[in-house]
Design a protein around this ligand. Structure first.
Ligand code: SF4
Length: 304
């Protein structure tokens, strides 16, 4: 459907969800093995609704955010550097349109800190999935009647681990439990010790967790936060079905896709391996630092 509309290349953001997992996972190991140099817990940073919430409501925790960019922003940065170089394209002539379940991502791509590949915004425009459906309808395109096609390469391959980015809980979910407004678990990692993790979605639940952390009622090493109830599956930019909430149904589809994926771990994604071999070097390396990480202190969030 997107090819009919006129897009030249169509990629899968799951590719850069894998890249986010590589960078953020490496960052966590780096922080955890130098514990006294960092503030705890480490928070995920892939949800721009959450990042803005933290920066405006709990700014004292800004340093706790992972510096890894969201998959959307990693995608734009890689498209206008690695991909443009590989294809011999002038990155200033590459226009990146991101299709997202999320209205907060429209503001994220406009942040002054998201221009790392060539000086232009790494992502030019964000359309929500709701807007995308309207676009299809206005062009009389019915995706269900079209034959399935592959994504373009080399930014078109994602693993099962990447697919479940869109649902709250990520890979930890099966082990999580709890009677609090969030879920929590302790993992015993040989040679490292015990990791205390928590997962929360919805900003009401998130506020309860943050207040408990601030009061010292709970302690964690790693906390995943998604602003929308149920995660991106319940994102504010998703199609609206009057009277029915599809977040958990969509989340279940993502878990099924993960369970049936040929490759389920990000570090086994062959295109991710090639990207590191050909271009980035290693997670947290100099190029990764420039293109894939960001300074959350370099812009102001203004509370309402
Ligand atoms: Fe956007 Fe909501 Fe997903 Fe956060 S949880 S990235 S605000 S859709």
């Amino acid at each position: 459907a997107l090819r009919q509309i006129g897009f030249d290349y169509i990629f899968d953001t799951n590719f850069t969800a894998d890249l986010t997992i590589m960078e953020e996972g490496s960052e966590f190991v780096e922080r955890f093995t130098h514990r006294d140099q960092y503030s705890w817990p480490m928070f995920t940073s892939c949800c721009p609704g959450w990042v803005r919430f933290l920066k405006s409501q709990y700014p004292q925790y800004t340093a706790n955010l992972s510096t890894a960019k969201s998959p959307q922003q990693m995608f734009g940065a890689v498209a206008k550097s690695y991909f443009a170089e590989k294809m011999g394209l002038d990155p200033h002539k590459v226009f990146v349109v991101s299709l997202m379940p999320c209205t907060a991502k429209k503001a994220e791509c406009e942040l002054p800190t998201m221009k790392d590949a060539c000086g232009d915004p790494d992502v030019d425009v964000v359309l929500t999935t709701r807007e995308m459906c309207r676009l299809f309808r206005s062009d009389c395109i019915r995706p269900a009647s079209l034959k399935s096609e592959e994504f373009d390469s080399p930014l078109g391959t994602g693993t099962g681990a990447a697919v479940i980015f869109g649902s709250t809980g990520g890979v930890m979910d099966a082990a999580l439990r709890g009677d609090k407004p969030w879920k929590e678990a302790i993992f015993h990692v040989p040679g490292i010790g015990s990791l205390r993790v928590a997962v929360v979605s919805g900003l009401g639940n998130t506020r309860a967790l943050m207040d408990a952390l601030a009061k010292g009622d709970v302690q964690y090493d790693f906390v995943e936060v998604m602003a929308c109830p149920g995660g991106c599956a319940g994102g504010g930019g998703q199609p609206i079905h009057e009277g029915t909430e599809y977040a958990s149904y969509r989340g279940d589809q993502l878990w099924n896709l993960d369970a049936n994926a040929a490759i389920r771990f990000s570090h086994e994604n062959p295109e991710i391996q090639t990207l590191y071999q050909e271009y980035l070097g290693a997670p947290l390396g100099e190029k990764s630092h420039h293109l894939l990480h960001t300074d959350h202190n370099a812009w102001q969030a203004h509370p309402k």
